[in-house]
Structures are given as C-alpha cells and as structure tokens.
Design a protein around this ligand. Structure first.
Ligand code: HGY
Ligand code: MN
Ligand code: MN
Length: 390
C-alpha cells in the first residue's frame, strides 16, 4: 500500500494467507495443530494430560499497521517451542502456542481470546459488524469458518495452567529509558463506543446559523470537551480517542444531518472508567440538548483492567537477569489478549521497546537485538513456567 502499512484485518484475504503461512511454520516446527471454533490456532508440545502453559498473541492487524504488533508474540512463541522440541527438553507441563483471532477489533475486539474463555454469546456473534457494515458471520464464512462455532471454543479453565505473551510496548517508555525488557504489572481497561449525533440536513446556503441542527458542530464541541472530562473524572493515565468519523450526507453544500464516530477510552482503574462513561454520556446529552440534536451510542467493547500474576512477573525478571539484561516494571496502555485469558489463568507479559513509541503505523519498529533479547527472556520464562527439566 502507498502508506507502506499492513492491512491484515481479521478474516480478510490477507489474514487468510497469513494463517496459511503460520500453520505451515507450526507444522515444520513439529507441533500438533488444532483450530478451534473461533479460528484460534493452537500448536501443542508435550503431554496434554496436564494443563498447558500457553504462549500466545495475534496476527491480525489494524489497517495501515506495522509489522510487529501481535505477530512478534506469535513468532517468538513458535521459535521458543521449536527450540525446546529440538533440544528434546523434558517438560513438567505441556506448552501450547495460541494465535488468537481478531484481537484488533474489526468485529468489536479480542474475539478469539473472549471465545477461549467463554465470554461470547450468539447475540454478539450474529450482531457483530465491522465499521463498513460487513458482518462477522459473512467475513468468517468467506474464510471457511462458521462463526457460531466460536461458542465451542470455550476452554475448560482447568486445562490452562498459565499464559505468557511477548508484545511490542507500542509506547515510548522502554525506548526512552534504553531498557530492553518491560515486565507488565497490569493491563489497561477500556470502553469503545460507536456514537451517532443526529441533527437535520439543511441547505448550506439558505439556512441561517441559529436555525441549524448541525451534527458536525455537535461533534466538534464534544471533541473539545474531552480534555475537561478527562481532567475532572480521570487520572494522568486516562486517554480518550475519536479515531473514525463519518458525516452524512457528506456533501459540501448540505449541513451535516448526522455524524457517526468512535470513542475509545482507557484507564487502568475500573471505577475511573465507570466515572468517565457517565461523564461522556452527560457531555453528549448536554450538547444534544443545546444544539437540537439527538444522540445514541452502541457499546462496541468493554474490557476490564487486570493485574498480571506476581509470580510470573518474578519469573520474567529472573529470566531477564539470567540473559544479563535490565528490566522495567510498567503498565500496558494497550489492550491485549492476556487480559482476557486472565479470567481463567494467571498471566504475564513481556514488552520489548518500540522505536520512538510508534505503533499502529508503518513507522512501528523494534531493533533485532531487542527482539532476540525478548525471545530469550520468553524462552527462559517458559522453561520455568513449564517446569522443564534442563
Ligand atoms: O487497541 C489496542 O489496545 C490493541 O492494539 N488492540
Ligand atoms: Mn496487539
Ligand atoms: Mn494493536
């Protein structure tokens, strides 16, 4: 693409191709492969009569993405299992690589891991549509999957011992500290809404300003309210983003009768998130009243913040020291499959630095030696978590 970004959104042709390549690499690594009803791909190593130590992430991307978000965790996980198999190491617990479907939220968000923990229902499956109106059912069907089977992807919690995810930081902290390993303490919560402000389409030339019900003017005012709402109800970690806007009818000489836009809001504290939801709803209703607009919104995703497991954090710190590198404890401002898996098992996350903190952009980059360090820390951590006999 001309922006040099990657377009591997869930259940697109690009995703399907990447899935094929990934399965081939998992086969070559000698893993036993299974694909569940949510099209999560699993690669097993060891005696499955015991609960698995799972290592995972996702290969689907946002539009115009970089090369590493998600994919780095799946491929370093694959590399670790391949090495462990080649060395013939004896494992106390089986290892399981999982590549989750639609982490990025073409259809709401974290679909694969939510299916894995049994957190989805037929209504979510049948109602999910992407921002262009394509249904999850149709998109999965085009890739050869039957969406309703996602209900069968639910794992017996007793079959998962623990979970580890290596991921790029996607922020500037490690790069600015020049520290190669982040030990994630907790993962942010979020809510994602699709909001509609509905006014009245009118002639741009004949309608006097005070008589307009201009939906875009309402959005502009709401966007300017965000800093105040965060200041009054949030913390220094709170963030809110309007990432996508559609105007209707979208012509130069018509007053916009309707706008549809996304709101993504995050914080690591559930109570704060609740306060921010209430405050944004109040702001929207005040603007709608003042401007003779109607407003409605759909909740696309609500994800609780989670704390990572202390003992896995300690394992990651020890693994970093065993490979002779510094580490830094930090929260994650991005959402991850790990926070969903945390509902059924203890989880840990390893961050590697993102150059200048860039991500969800073709500027996303991590130096090779940082990738190698991260993979080695993941390998040592997995050996500890699976109680390998070395
Ligand atoms: O939006 C996120 O935090 C993640 O990249 N899906
Ligand atoms: Mn990701
Ligand atoms: Mn992402």
């Amino acid at each position: 693409s001309q922006d040099h970004g990657i377009y591997r959104q869930a259940f697109t042709e690009n995703d399907l191709q990447a899935r094929g390549w990934r399965s081939q690499k998992m086969e070559e690594a000698g893993l036993h492969i299974e694909v569940d009803g949510a099209a999560n791909s699993h690669g097993y190593l060891g005696d499955r009569s015991k609960p698995s130590v799972v290592v995972g992430s996702h290969i689907d991307s946002v539009p115009a993405a970089g090369p590493l978000d998600g994919t780095l965790g799946v491929l370093t996980g694959l590399e670790c299992l391949q090495r462990i198999k080649e060395e013939g190491l004896e494992l106390g617990y089986p290892l399981e690589l999982v590549s989750f479907s639609d982490e990025e939220g073409r259809f709401g968000g974290l679909l694969g891991s939510q299916s894995f923990v049994g957190d989805i229902n037929p209504q979510r499956i049948y109602n999910s549509r992407d921002l262009n109106g394509v249904s999850l059912v149709d998109a999965m069907k085009a890739c050869g999957y039957d969406a309703i089977q996602a209900l069968d992807a639910r794992r017996n919690p007793r079959s998962v011992k623990s979970y580890l995810e290596l991921h790029i930081e996607q922020g500037p902290v490690l790069d600015s500290l020049d520290v190669p390993i982040g030990v994630v303490s907790h993962i942010t919560g979020l809510f994602k809404w699709s909001i509609r402000l509905i006014g009245r389409p009118d002639h741009a030339g004949t309608t006097p300003m005070p008589m307009r019900a201009d939906a875009l003017a309402g959005l502009a005012e709401f966007s300017m309210e965000i800093p105040r709402v965060l200041e009054e109800n949030g913390t220094e970690r709170s963030v809110a983003t309007i990432g996508k806007v559609d105007l209707f009818p979208g012509t130069a000489n018509t007053v916009p009768g309707k706008v549809e836009f996304s709101l993504d809001c995050r914080d690591t504290d559930s109570k704060i998130l609740q306060d921010l939801m209430d405050a944004f709803r109040k702001a929207l209703s005040a603007i709608a009243r003042r401007r003779d607009l109607m407003f409605e919104f759909d909740v696309l995703s609500e994800v609780d913040p989670v704390a990572c497991d202390d003992s896995i954090q300690a394992i990651i710190r020890k693994a970093s020291e065993s490979v002779g590198c510094n580490h830094h404890s930090m929260p994650s401002g991005a959402a991850h499959d790990a926070q969903i898996v945390a509902r059924i098992a203890p989880v840990g996350m390893i961050f590697v630095p993102s150059k200048a903190g860039r991500s969800h952009s073709s500027a996303e980059w991590t130096d090779w030696e940082d990738i190698e360090t991260g993979a080695n820390v993941a390998l040592q951590s997995l050996l500890q978590m699976a109680e390998a006999r070395i």
